[in-house]
Design a protein around this ligand. Structure first.
Ligand code: ADP
Ligand code: MG
Length: 619
């Protein structure tokens, strides 16, 4: 079979362009990426060989070998891992087979430093070889196959693939270095790079140069070493290896448990969001090891979905080495580890929050919306998550915790008030909060989609009920404040107001649940509120937008007796023919309340006609 030439996926071509043109500052990271891939390939082989021992084929001495050749100007990186078939070579090295590809291509800025970070998140990995090589050859033979394949490219839009020879399974990568990159042929330089970036790799990285063979790294599992022997840099490069990301870990948690459960863990909270954080699959990325042997990085039983941003390793001594995928599901050992990890991480977060509020807020901004999923999914950790939660507030800038909120509660206030919607700024000025504002009662502004869901199950915190400010029952009467007197200043007498309310009810009929005098409005004439027990207004809107719900619940129309318009309408209501005369006004009031709430008018055409009629009169 002759060699075949193929095109790179368009995104790869763009990526390669950036890799070869922009990222010259940290070129040596190519070696970290290639060693990282070799290590992954060895992990995969070891895992596969647990159920298929033949795959070892007499060679279980897994390692990565670096061979510089000054005469040829090549650096070779070779491993005896799982290897790649022809299709895998084409698929893995010709495309970016990631869910975030499109997103990634769109996010490229042309700014080298930013694209570099982006590339880290999306895994430029292998393609970084082109930073130093004008031509890259990959010769690979998949475990248990006899045919080897050669993949070659100069990184400019296409690659060729054809048959090759390789004595045994594994992958050899030959970098034909560009002019000026000869430093990567020097034993000393290579040894320094490996110690800097790849020391944590759990298998030997061996240098074969000038007739000598030398192991460059310590080749022991980093998480199994005592904390005191691991440096910050080692943690960091290990984090880069396991997370395929370039950012620094925001939190490093290295611990060992002995006793009922015997496991080690080395976990990281990233400092920026992984690109797939909001994938609907909500997959975990933790790596599971059993006594230093890699088992899988696809195990959702290790952490709950609301901790899916964690990266790192869990190494259990309680599972059998030949654990199968099926065994991982509903496994009692894993279930206990999961509980323990959840608790530990929450405790650690609380410590961080106590130590440095500003640092903690960075975490909250990145991962708060994910953590809050735990509020409705994991009642067991609800209290701890509520304690960690931070909110925007109607009364102050910055982030507020529930404990902060409670400390600032007004005399006579017994509930924690919240309101949810899309934007904090908009919510702050919502008519439903007028009464709260007038009395200086703080309301927490909830703007993440997830808030609607946990609010429907979380009833209280620290003995205080959590109440929506957009509900009719949000009663401010008992709370001390300065607004009360002002409210009763000028208002229609009860009879006139009663007549108006009756007229409005008659006109609006089924389009409202009730018409009531409002206790909360101070400036606006009207607002809507949800009856106690009805679905929250924002949640309902969200569900309707997502076609989860087609019928709207009718709402209560609250009217402000102190408002001049309501006063005028009350006066009109007492004259004859009131119901006919108030028809347009009643509908306009309701539509106005709907608009402020973010709802369209009940009937846009009629709304426009009524408004036009009114304007005609006024002009
Ligand atoms: P990542 O390592 O993040 O998956 P890379 O660009 O580094 O992305 O590598 C792409 C893919 O190519 C890997 O996921 C792997 O399937 C394959 N690959 C790369 N190097 C090797 C290797 N030495 N042995 C086997 N497969 C490899
Ligand atoms: Mg890689």
């Amino acid at each position: 079979m002759t060699d075949q030439t193929m095109q790179f996926q368009a995104e790869v071509t763009r990526l390669l362009h950036i890799v070869t043109h922009a990222l010259y500052s940290q070129k040596e990271i190519f070696l970290r990426e290639l060693i990282s891939n070799a290590s992954d390939a060895c992990d995969k082989l070891r895992f596969a060989a647990q159920t298929e021992a033949d795959l070892w084929a007499g060679d279980s001495d897994l390692k990565v070998v670096l061979t510089p050749d000054k005469a040829a100007g090549t650096l070779t990186i070779s491993d005896n891992g799982i290897g790649m078939s022809r299709d895998e070579l084409v698929g893995n090295l010709g495309t970016i087979a990631r869910s975030g590809t499109g997103e990634f291509a769109a996010k490229m800025t042309g700014d080298a430093a930013r694209d570099m970070a982006l590339i880290g998140q999306f895994g430029v990995g292998f393609y970084s070889a082109f930073m130093v090589a004008e031509k890259v050859e990959v010769i690979s033979r998949k475990a248990a196959e006899t045919q080897a394949w050669r993949w070659t490219s100069d990184g400019s839009g296409q690659f060729t693939i054809g048959e090759a020879e390789r004595a045994a399974r594994g992958t050899t990568i030959i970098l034909h270095l560009r002019k000026g990159e000869e430093e990567f042929l020097e034993a000393l330089r290579l040894s320094h790079i490996v110690r800097t970036y790849s020391d944590h790799i759990a298998l030997p990285v061996v240098l074969e140069a000038e007739g000598k063979t030398e192991t460059l790294n310590s080749a022991s599992a980093l998480w199994a070493r005592p904390k005191s022997e691991v440096t910050e840099e080692q943690y960091q490069s290990f984090y880069h290896h396991v997370s395929h990301a370039f950012d620094d870990p925001w939190l490093t948690l290295h611990a060992r448990a002995e006793g009922k459960l015997d496991y080690s863990l080395l976990l990281f909270v990233p400092s920026s969001r992984p690109h797939d954080l909001f994938d609907p699959a909500r997959k975990s990325a933790l790596r599971l090891y059993v006594r230093r042997v890699f088992i899988t990085d696809r195990c959702d039983e290790l952490v709950p979905p609301w901790l899916r941003f964690l990266r790192g390793v869990v190494d259990s001594a309680d599972l059998p080495l030949n654990v199968s995928r099926e065994m991982l599901q509903h496994n009692p050992v894993l279930a206990r580890i999961k509980q323990a990890i959840s608790r530990r991480v929450l405790t650690e977060l609380e410590k961080k929050a106590g130590k440095d509020a500003a640092e903690y807020e960075k975490f909250w901004e990145a991962f708060g919306p994910v953590l809050k999923e735990g509020l409705y999914e994991d009642p067991e950790h609800r209290e701890a998550i509520l304690k960690l939660a931070r909110f925007r507030s109607s009364q102050r800038d910055g982030w507020v915790s529930l404990d902060d909120y409670i400390a600032a509660m007004k005399e006579g206030q017994s509930a924690i008030y919240v309101i949810n919607g899309e934007q904090a700024d908009q919510l702050k000025h919502s008519p439903q909060l007028e009464g709260f504002r007038a009395k200086g009662v703080e309301v927490l502004l909830l703007t993440d989609p997830v808030d609607d869901f946990w609010l429907s199950v979380v009833r209280d915190y620290a003995g205080k009920p959590i109440k929506s400010a957009s509900r009719a029952g949000a009663d401010l009467d008992g709370i001390a404040g300065s607004a009360e007197e002002k409210k009763s200043e000028e208002r229609p007498d009860d009879a006139a107001l009663g007549t108006l309310i009756a007229a409005l009810k008659q006109i609006l009929g089924d389009s409202v649940k009730d018409v009531r005098e409002s206790k909360r409005l101070t400036d606006s004439a009207v607002c809507l509120s949800a009856a106690e027990g009805d679905m929250d207004m924002h949640l309902e809107r969200l569900l309707r937008q997502h076609k989860q719900l087609d019928k709207a619940t009718t709402r209560i129309l609250e009217i402000n007796p102190g408002h001049p318009l309501i006063r005028a309408l009350s006066a009109r209501a007492q004259q004859s023919g009131a119901v006919d005369a108030l028809e347009d006004a009643a509908h306009l009031l309701l539509d106005q309340a709907r608009l402020v709430e973010g709802e369209p008018p009940a009937d846009p055409l009629q709304f426009a006609q009524r408004l036009a009629k009114l304007m005609e009169k006024a002009i």
